[in-house]
Design a protein around this ligand. Structure first.
Ligand code: BG6
Ligand code: MG
Length: 216
């Protein structure tokens, strides 16, 4: 048994920074963009997020312009990331990682973000993960299972022995496609395909985790 954690919106509160950075770009392009639209961008790669944003505005632009907007969004996003401290580890995360450590359960990171290593370093969690898979390593982004399958491979465990923790629809679908169990973090209505959904990381029932471990 092993765990694979998503990063943005699960380990750290960066989902809000992605939203702010996309919103700023959407405003500049005159594309209406709200929190419901943003749900579809969660867990999705940077380039696919831009495609989704442009499709919301029915916009078609050149490859050069796309590149420029991707860089602009990431610059804006990184301006938030550079200010991050350990304060932005989501409540409930340290306790859960401590519990897994105490029970000798290994865990990896499985993130679509190309900024994952930087963010983990900023919040002082980089060294704690047994393996890290991020957006620099995978060819197919979530909802494809690749990121999680590679995580299982790095942890040297079978896919069916992995539990994924995810806050995004695309991530829950990726976990399912990988044949893994999935704990959703957020709204039940949005993450219905997960095995169980907790509103926030701090709400994860440790007895549920204990049962998962004991029934392994
Ligand atoms: C995911 C986020 O973790 O990473 C997405 O949920 C984001 O919102 C994606 O687009 C890619 O992140 P980055 O940092 O490479 O732009
Ligand atoms: Mg996420």
């Amino acid at each position: 048994m092993a765990f694979i954690f998503d990063l943005d919106g699960v380990i750290v509160d960066t989902a809000k920074y992605h939203y702010l950075a996309w919103h700023q770009l959407a405003d500049r392009l005159g594309i209406p963009f709200n929190k419901a639209d943003n749900e579809r961008l969660k867990g999705v790669s940077r380039v696919q997020s831009l495609e989704l944003l442009l499709s919301l505005g029915g916009r078609r632009i050149s490859a050069a312009e796309k590149q420029q907007y991707l860089e602009e969004k990431n610059r804006q996003y990184l301006s938030f990331v550079h200010k991050m401290t350990t304060d932005e580890i989501l409540p409930g995360v340290p306790a859960l990682l401590d519990f897994l450590d105490a029970n000798h359960i290994r865990y990896a990171l499985g993130s679509a973000s190309k900024n994952a290593a930087l963010i983990l370093q900023k919040v002082g969690l980089y060294e704690r993960f047994s393996a890290i898979v991020d957006g620099n390593e995978v060819a197919q982004a979530k909802p494809a299972p690749e990121v999680f399958l590679l995580g299982a491979q790095k942890l040297k465990v079978q896919a069916q022995d992995c539990v994924v923790v995810e806050d995004a629809i695309a991530g829950v679908e990726a976990a399912r496609a990988a044949g893994m169990k999935c704990i959703g973090i957020g709204d039940k209505e949005v993450l219905g395909k997960a095995d169980i959904v907790f509103k926030e990381m701090a709400d994860i029932d440790i007895n549920y985790i204990k049962n998962l471990i004991n029934n392994d």
